[in-house]
Design a protein around this ligand. Sequence first.
Ligand code: SF4
Length: 121
Amino acid sequence: MHEHSPPPSAARRRFLVTGACAVVTVPLASLMTALPAQAQDLPKIDESDPQAAALGYKHDAGAVDTERFPKRKGEAGAKQFCHNCNLFQATEADEWGPCQIFPGKSVAAEGWCNAWVPRAG
Ligand code: SF4
């Protein structure tokens, strides 16, 4: 009468295998969605791009010409980076991210330009 049902031990093995796959799949999926697709795909801004150059943008904020861009001079200026700029559209943990000033490009978290504004909140 029960010849078509798998023995209980086989059903349990199937359950365990399915369960193990689910455990592996979930962390991988959350890792892939952790970074916004934009941040990964956008080309890096070129420092010699006319608009970047006009705003004194540098990938390394320490390389900014502070004589030309005194906004980044002194103790307060030295604390300004793309990662704490309100126009940086990535998390502070991302090394590169989109910026509202340079649509279609990504800027370095450690970078800076003269359009820097403190991150709100
Ligand atoms: Fe960096 Fe802000 Fe300038 Fe964009 S506007 S390049 S995030 S300092």
